[in-house]
Design a protein. Structure first.
Length: 202
């Protein structure tokens, strides 16, 4: 599972299961990783950094690269990072499966949050005063104080009408979901923007 911020956050109160030893800080962003307690998933290396560029990538879920599921080899996250650094989000054309990816692009000082084509893997975020916090679960955002336990009136109304919350709303106030098949790009001192990298063709 993922939990992170677009700024360095060395002293955040981590939720249960997240460990300071998993903190991955750079000059512009940080991410924490939490194990799933599923051996077949937890043996995968879900974080990679490029010491030459200071960029990093962390993922949750089960990416399938060029038709091959990610194995337990240490090169899995490194391979994804290399693809993103070489091709930006065009690299996603070769990636299937359910996944959520956080990529810090040091060259552009840009945080990219990517969600798979159909929204299989959860990824939520909140933005306050120019800082983006993201996580696999809303309760982790609440635990670090990035979100409050307040209902979103619009999300609640949609749930009561449709029996689910469509779009990028959630039941929590000021917490949104990254829509399926999109990437959120965040740069310091600029408003975040969501771009679609996949559209269903039929």
């Amino acid at each position: 599972m993922l939990l992170g911020s677009s700024i360095r956050a060395d002293s955040a109160k981590l939720p249960q299961g997240f460990d300071l030893s998993t903190t991955k800080n750079t000059t512009g962003a940080c991410v924490w990783l939490r194990a799933w307690d599923v051996p077949s998933l937890d043996r995968r290396v879900r974080f990679a950094t490029n010491p030459d560029s200071n960029s990093w990538l962390a993922y949750s879920g089960n990416p399938i690269v060029e038709g091959q599921p990610m194995a337990g080899a240490s090169g899995s996250a490194e391979d994804l990072l290399a693809r993103f650094e070489a091709h930006d989000t065009a690299a996603l054309a070769d990636i299937d499966g359910g996944f959520a990816i956080a990529w810090w692009n040091e060259k552009d000082s840009q945080l990219c949050l990517v969600r798979d084509r159909f929204g299989i893997e959860p990824l939520v975020y909140t933005e306050t005063d120019g800082t983006v916090w993201f996580a696999s679960r809303v309760r982790d955002l609440v635990s670090v104080g990035a979100a409050k336990k307040e209902l979103c009136a619009e999300g609640l109304a949609q749930f009561l009408v449709f029996c689910y919350v469509p779009g990028n709303h959630s039941l929590h106030k000021n917490v949104s979901r990254i829509p399926p098949g999109t990437v959120l790009r965040h740069e310091v001192s600029k408003p975040s923007r969501i771009e679609r990298w996949y559209s269903l063709s039929y």
